[in-house]
Design a protein around this ligand. Structure first.
Ligand SMILES: NC(=O)c1ccc[n+]([C@@H]2O[C@H](COP(=O)([O-])OP(=O)(O)OC[C@H]3O[C@@H](n4cnc5c(N)ncnc54)[C@H](OP(=O)(O)O)[C@@H]3O)[C@@H](O)[C@H]2O)c1
Length: 250
């Protein structure tokens, strides 16, 4: 029985990998960059010598990236799938580099669909599919439009899938973190907000709040904000992102 975590060379995915390695599981860690992947595998093996750590390299921005990763993972009996890999870009929607925009759709949405479609039907009772969305899923995100829209897709898809699979013994849930202290912000062209949560805390909260159909929000402020009218949050996001992006190129 193995745990597959996409995008687990750093950040939230790496935090999930550490938690499952503690349990002595076979953990299939994954990333795009071979050197980062080898480094993450070596660190996990050093920290958890009794866990079985298997690195799998695949660029999920490739057209059939998710399907290829699922095929390789077929060498193990997957009991947990965490669709965690995600990328985001900021700026006016029509000005984002079209290649980056296409990669985002492929990584955040298409690869999740491909992995789930292939691996979920093979899972036994007790299996888990955890899709990583964001609190950005709960309102439109001017100046980060496609990223927020991709996360709205993740939440909607996960809830629908959980309903379809109700009673079959597999838990299907999504995690919607607020800001996390990871490299994600830097890569998206933003700086990490002060109130960002440690990824270890978000991962551990998620695993202790798993139930079928759950939309898990790890930080208390975001739990409350979920119910603030979308129009108000949309205006706030626009102002905040504009301020963060002032003077930056995208
Ligand atoms: N950070 C936040 O504030 C925040 C908030 C809410 C939700 N989230 C979500 O949480 C998830 C994890 O985010 P994070 O903050 O941990 O990000 P991160 O630190 O940037 O890590 C991203 C991981 O995804 C992998 N990845 C990126 N592009 C890939 C590609 N094309 N193919 C294969 N793997 C790829 C990276 O591997 P390589 O380095 O090898 O590319 C890395 O392991 C994402 O879905 C993100 O949207 C993050």
């Amino acid at each position: 029985m193995a745990v597959l975590i996409t995008g687990s060379t750093e950040g939230l995915g790496y935090a999930f990998a550490r938690l499952y390695a503690t349990k002595g599981k076979t953990v299939l860690i994954h990333g795009k960059d071979p050197a980062k992947l080898a480094h993450a595998a070596a660190s996990l093996r050093r920290e958890y010598p009794f866990a079985d750590i298997q690195p799998l390299q695949q660029d999920l921005a490739e057209k059939d990236g998710g399907a290829k990763l699922a095929d390789v993972s077929g060498n193990w009996d997957i009991e947990v799938l965490i669709n965690n890999a995600g990328i985001g870009y900021t700026g006016e929607a029509v000005e984002i580099d079209p290649k980056k925009e296409a990669d985002m759709a492929q990584v955040n949405i298409v690869s999740m669909l491909q992995l789930t479609r292939i691996l979920l039907p093979k899972m036994h009772a007790g299996g888990i599919v955890l899709n990583i969305a964001s609190t950005g899923a709960f309102q439109p995100g001017p100046l980060i439009a496609e990223y927020y829209a991709s996360k709205t897709f993740v939440v909607s898809y996960t809830r629908a899938l959980a309903r379809e699979w109700q009673g079959r013994g597999v838990i299907i849930a999504c995690l919607c973190p607020g800001p996390l202290r990871t490299a994600f912000y830097d890569k998206s062209g933003l700086s990490v907000p002060h109130m960002a949560m440690d990824p270890e805390e978000a991962a551990s909260y998620a695993l202790s709040h798993l139930k079928n159909g759950a939309v898990i929000i790890p930080d208390p402020l975001s739990k409350v904000l979920r119910y603030v009218p979308s129009r108000i949050k949309e205006a706030y996001v626009y102002r905040a992102k504009k301020k963060m992006l002032r003077g930056k190129k995208y």
